[in-house]
Design a binder for this molecule. Structure first.
Ligand code: NAD
Ligand code: WQD
Length: 349
């Protein structure tokens, strides 16, 4: 059988670069399409250094239909993993059109080009942010959706579009129906064990883990813990942090599932990618202090608008249907974050 070729949109980014490593190591050919809006080509040079393999890179915007069509014609991929998107919740509230245009319109263009090229196998980066309010903090895939910001709504809209494409193929009895996995990530953190690739946020980080890492290394003076009066054991927010390498392995498992009899008749299905275990902000700080033997300077601040008290995954569906489970624990996540941070104090610069 010919090698399978995977086209990775957003492959130069944080999660995408880790996915490229796993794909190359699993024997796939890899083509990256990225406009470098939030990444640097150095990440891909490092991917090739880690794996000793090469990949094809096109600096292009997924909204550029002509460019994308030409790339599909030249490369003839069999599957697409679609990471390309903007992801800052606060920015999405200030610039909703940018987010809907980039994320939703970008996905429309991508799927049009894919359908035209008859490439109808897709793994999509969705997010736990698509879930709405629920009685239980442990989220299962059938829980009601109800994103509360433009970023989250852009993901929910894309999920709807992809489900509709699949339903239409069933109605039309399409000979090559869409096969789509919607992967809902919880909180990806950590870095590749080599310390060569990792998360390189622009400016001051929004997310907890890169913020803590920059406090530990002395780049930022103090962490603000957003609220200690939540109804959780220590009063701080609880999230399901997942090692980025475990997360991207879920994508390889998803491709295998899409290639299997399970998706023979096509379909579009959502899977949570989380560990199923939540940790509080204070537990993250303690883990960081334990692993790095450095004190983290923090203060308790008011709650951040829009934050939930507690949110973690029920990962059983991915375990059963994708045959996927996490292998790394919190100390691995912290150690790998720290390894990346200390080896690359200025990110890829
Ligand atoms: P990232 O910003 O590091 O990577 C996204 C990549 O997409 C970047 O390299 C960026 O340059 C590229 N890109 C953006 N718009 C593009 C466009 N129009 N055309 C071509 N390339 C474009 O983000 P990440 O953390 O690696 O996230 C990857 C995906 O996973 C995103 O879709 C994000 O929404 C989703 N996700 C991330 C998290 C998280 O916490 N990191 C959680 C849930 C879901
Ligand atoms: C984690 C916990 C904060 C920063 C976000 C997006 C979500 C998804 C992942 C893409 C919370 C607390 C944080 C700080 C703090 N992205 N915190 N001080 O909010 O769960 O999810 O990233 O899909 O859409 O909303 O992650 O890392 O920002 O916060 O106390 O400086 O840390 O209140 O309890 P979040 P986070």
């Amino acid at each position: 059988m010919n090698k399978q070729k995977v086209l990775v949109t957003g492959g130069a980014g944080y999660i995408g670069s880790h996915a490229c490593v796993e794909l190359l190591e699993a024997g796939f050919d890899v083509v990256v399409v990225d406009n470098l809006a939030n990444s640097k080509p150095e990440s891909l040079a490092r991917v090739q250094r880690i794996t000793g393999k090469t990949l094809a890179f096109y600096q292009a915007d997924i909204r550029d239909q002509a460019a994308l069509t030409a790339i599909f014609a030249k490369e003839t991929p069999t599957t697409v993993i679609h990471f390309a998107g903007l992801k800052a919740v606060g920015e999405s509230c200030q610039q909703p059109q940018l987010y809907y245009h980039n994320n939703v319109y970008g996905t429309l263009v991508l799927t049009e080009v894919m359908a035209e090229a008859n490439v109808k196998q897709l793994v999509f980066s969705s997010s736990a942010t698509v879930y709405g309010e629920s009685e239980s903090p442990q989220y299962s895939e059938h829980f009601p959706l109800g994103a509360i910001n433009p970023y989250g709504r852009s993901k929910a809209m894309i999920e709807d579009i992809l489900r509709d494409l699949s339903t239409a193929d069933t109605l039309n009895q399409a000979p090559n129906p869409w096969k789509i996995a919607l992967l809902r990530y919880f909180n990806p953190i950590g870095a590749h064990q080599s310390g060569l690739i990792g998360e390189d946020p622009n400016g001051i980080p929004n997310n907890l883990m890169p913020y803590v890492a920059q406090v530990a290394i002395g780049k930022l003076p103090q962490l603000s813990v957003f609220g200690d009066d939540y109804p959780t054991p220590d009063g701080t927010g609880i999230r399901d942090y997942i090692h980025v390498v475990d997360l991207v392995k879920g994508h390889i498992k998803a491709i295998a599932a899409l290639n299997s009899d399970k998706f023979l008749a096509g379909g579009c299905k959502a899977y949570n990618l989380g560990t199923g275990q939540g940790y509080s902000v204070l537990e993250i700080i303690q883990a960081f202090e334990r692993v790095t033997e450095k004190p983290i300077n923090y203060k308790i601040s008011p709650r951040r608008a829009g934050d939930l008290a507690e949110c973690f995954a029920n990962p059983n569906l991915a375990r059963q249907e994708l045959n996927w489970k996490v292998e790394k624990n919190l100390d691995d996540m912290v150690a790998d974050t720290w390894n990346w941070q200390t080896k690359n104090p200025r990110g890829y610069d």
